[in-house]
Write a protein that binds this ligand. Structure first.
Ligand code: 3HC
Ligand code: NAI
Length: 703
């Protein structure tokens, strides 16, 4: 038998083991092997029932994502076809599920007549996060097995459920006592079924799935959920497929599902999400650093500073079961910080995301101190004190004195030079930047800043640790703003300047949210604080001393005390969470424009889009050229995980490839030539963009 499958017959039971590491992805070769093995079992008169299970830790993570968009995706036997054939076998087929049964893996289990799991099993249909819908019967078979509402919930959330919930829903028939005894329990289950003369496939509880929900269910569902879907295609296709399950017989429903799946697979949105899936995995690999490099153990963490960031950072480790010591200068600040952390957890409890016992367990992992001696044995220390170089350097001098040899010393600075921080220690090789985003316990992005002397094992250790605490880590070189904030600068610049030239803040932001961004650039500035923005700008004024025209509106709002949401006024007026346009801002822009002799005019949406987005893209390409970012995909991860850029657009650089690199370059030239001295000053194409276009490249890479 093929090495992707192990096949063995014992006591009249065929045991078919899927063995395609690392995740038993159901690529063409494995599909063919499963079909072969099942046919062999079906035609062997000594076999009375068939058990399918996964080698190693998991059953299957689903279809092979790398096949999507290529001929291999539906190469025979296609997954839907294979599963339909399995449903026609006349012997009981039992899926013995361990670890994970995701996507096509769960659909494979649904094609079996019976399912047994083990306690740590998680089952899910995460296709939606790849811009897809379950395409191998999931949208038709799951509602028939567990009812429409819970099935739809799994497909729309994409989140897995645990074994107990699956048992409750009837998605599992039995639970083995442990993963180790799963196969044994599956054998016993098979023998029971044979003893009971059970049919190869039992009737499903919801043969008419529509009967499991109210008549206006789909209408209500759309009303509640659609506004949150923005311009995403996949949730709409999922819903259409599940609706089909309610009105069509199984076979016709499966055909409808297949058509919808192909539409999703061919969509630009799915291509974008698949790009991010692989980019996320690629980001963990650093050229020149061996994958098996020995890592430094990290069992104890310390955080310096219990402010907004320090508290959130500490929570990440407590959430992952890693003890954290939080150090402050004064007891009031420490108490305030720890109380904030507790309040944060309490709010999770009130939202049902955590229970009271878990809250206490996490708080017990968090210990406060005012004494550096208490962090001497930490394996990793993350500094999150005020953003002033001298203060941070002083902290690092102390860390150098007290920390054990080999401890990783990290700074959460958002803009300071990590080399200058490392330089005050006698161990710059152990120093690294770990730029968390606010709120640090929520945001997935972590920029890992590799300083000049950061040791390879320090970098590799922090990347692995980031995964342990659920972050998407992206490596950045040292520069002002690192990857994300440096790109934010030209993007914000255009948003501000457009207001000066005649666009309203609402129109600028509207164009960006129409693309799918969580919020527009100016709303984001109001949220982050116009004062914070001003101070960052003030520390770097020399970088745009020759033309600060574009920030005059921001500077003026600052001097009026309009700091954004926190003062109720910024680019907009705020009443609670409600945002309104403000004529005063328009009047202010008019006055400043006339002072600066900037002509005000009607500005179309296309210009807003192109100026903000092309400048964002241009800066990203420049970062790649400078080696600050290692890959285009890394830049896309930063913006989709840290800045609310829509994942289904794939990130700014993937988007540029979709638009066409030549079009982006043409647009930059156009504004360079049409916006006078401002255009000449700022619309300078990145040399790498020019080289890529000249070479006829359609993908962004360093050449
Ligand atoms: N297809 C192809 N490769 C896959 C894969 C899949 N479904 N799932 C994981 N892999 C690969 C990863 O690319 C990675 O490869 P690499 O080592 O070369 O980078 C390797 O398996 C290990 O993956 P992770 O690094 O992500 O390992 P983790 O242990 O952190 O996570 C996982 C494992 C939870 C299974 C995670 O990989 C995951 O979420 N996978 C995707 C699951 C999914 O979306 N399934 C649905 C697929 S679509 C489908 O089934 C359509 C069907 O309805 C027709
Ligand atoms: P904050 O002002 O809320 O907290 C700073 C804390 O550090 C205060 O509690 C203060 O008492 C403490 N502190 C100051 N000096 C100290 C010292 N010598 N020893 C021990 N504790 C000391 O500031 P915030 O917002 O938490 O920022 C901290 C760092 O994180 C800064 O470097 C900032 O640039 C960075 N950052 C902030 C983000 C944000 O959105 N707030 C996002 C990403 C990074």
């Amino acid at each position: 038998m093929n090495s992707l499958i192990r096949y063995q017959v014992e006591d009249g039971l065929a045991l078919i083991t899927l063995a395609r590491p690392p995740v038993n992805a159901l690529g063409q070769t494995l599909r063919a092997a499963v079909l072969d093995a099942c046919q062999r079992a079906a035609s062997d008169a000594s076999v009375r029932a068939i058990i399918l299970h996964g080698d190693g830790k998991l059953f299957s993570a689903g279809a092979d994502i790398s096949e999507f968009g290529s001929a291999a995706s539906f190469a025979a036997p296609s997954l839907p076809d294979l599963l339909s054939r399995l449903t026609q076998l006349d012997k009981p087929l039992i899926a013995a599920l361990s670890g994970l049964a995701l996507g096509g893996g769960l659909e494979l289990a649904l094609a079996c007549g019976y399912r047994i799991g083990e306690p740590s099993l998680r089952l899910g249909l995460p296709e939606i996060s790849l811009g897809l819908l379950p395409g191998a019967g999931g949208t038709q078979r799951l509602p028939r097995l567990i009812g429409v509402a819970p099935a739809l919930d799994m497909m729309i959330s994409g989140l897995p459920i645990d074994a107990n919930r699956a048992l409750e829903l009837g998605l599992l028939d039995r639970l083995a006592a442990s993963a180790d005894t799963l196969v044994e329990a599956a054998r016993a289950f098979a023998l029971d079924l044979l003893g009971d003369l059970a049919p190869a496939r039992p009737q499903t509880p919801f043969a008419e799935p529509a009967a499991s929900v109210a008549e206006d269910f789909f209408q209500q569902y759309r009303q509640t959920h659609e506004p949150r879907w923005k311009n995403r295609l996949a949730p709409r296709l999922v819903l259409a497929a599940v609706e089909a399950a309610c009105v069509l017989p199984l076979q016709a429903g499966l055909e409808r599902e297949l058509a919808l799946f192909k539409q999703a697979e061919d969509s630009a949105q799915s291509a974008a999400l698949r790009h991010l899936f692989f980019a996320e995995r690629e980001a963990g690999r650093i050229p020149g650093i061996a994958e098996d490099i020995a890592l430094r153990p990290v069992a104890r963490v310390a955080v310096i500073g219990a402010g907004t960031m320090g508290g959130g950072i500490a929570m990440n480790f407590a959430n992952a079961g890693i003890p954290v010591v939080v150090l402050e200068q004064k007891s009031e600040a420490l108490e305030r910080g720890l109380a904030n952390v507790r309040r944060n957890y309490e709010s999770s409890v009130s939202r049902g995301k955590l229970n009271a016992e878990q809250l206490e367990q996490r708080m017990q992992l968090l210990v406060g101190t005012l004494d550096y001696a208490d962090i001497a044995d930490a394996d990793l220390v993350i500094e999150a004190v005020f953003e002033k170089l001298e203060i941070k350097q002083q902290v690092f001098r102390t860390l150098d004195e007290v920390c054990k040899p080999g401890a990783i010393l990290a700074s959460n600075t958002s803009s300071l030079d990590v080399d200058a921080i490392a330089a005050v220690t006698r161990r710059p090789q152990d120093v690294i930047g770990l730029h968390f985003f606010s709120p640090a316990n929520v945001m997935r992005l972590l920029e890992v800043v590799r300083a000049r002397e950061t040791a390879p094992d320090v970098l590799a250790t922090t990347l692995r640790l980031a995964k342990r605490i659920g972050k998407v880590a992206v490596v950045s070189g040292v520069c002002f703003g690192f990857i994300g904030n440096r790109m934010l600068e030209p993007y914000n610049r255009e948003a501000h300047r457009l207001v000066l030239e005649g666009a309203t803040p609402a129109r600028v932001d509207g164009v960006l949210t129409d693309l799918g961004l969580n919020m527009g650039a100016l709303t984001m500035t109001d949220l982050a604080g116009i004062d914070v923005n001003f101070l960052v700008r003030d520390s770097n004024r020399s970088a745009f001393a020759d033309d600060a025209s574009y920030y005059r509106v921001g500077d003026a709002l600052y001097s009026l005390g309009r700091y954004g949401q926190k003062t109720g006024r910024g680019f907009y007026l705020y009443e609670g969470r409600q945002r309104r346009d403000d004529d005063e801002v328009v009047a202010l822009a008019e006055r400043l424009a006339s002072e600066l002799q900037v002509e005000r005019r009607l500005i179309g949406d296309a210009e807003i889009h192109d100026r903000c987005l092309f400048m964002l893209i241009n800066e990203g390409i420049q970062l790649l050229d400078e080696g600050i970012a290692l890959r285009a995909g890394d830049i896309d991860l930063v913006w989709t995980n840290g800045y609310g850029f829509p994942a289904w657009v794939g990130g700014p650089l993937h988007y540029a490839e979709q638009l066409g690199l030549d079009k982006v370059l043409d647009g930059i030239h156009r504004y360079r030539d049409s916006l006078g001295t401002y255009g000449q000053r700022w619309f300078q194409p990145a040399p790498l963009l020019e080289r890529l276009v000249a070479a006829g490249k359609t993908r962004i890479e360093k050449i």
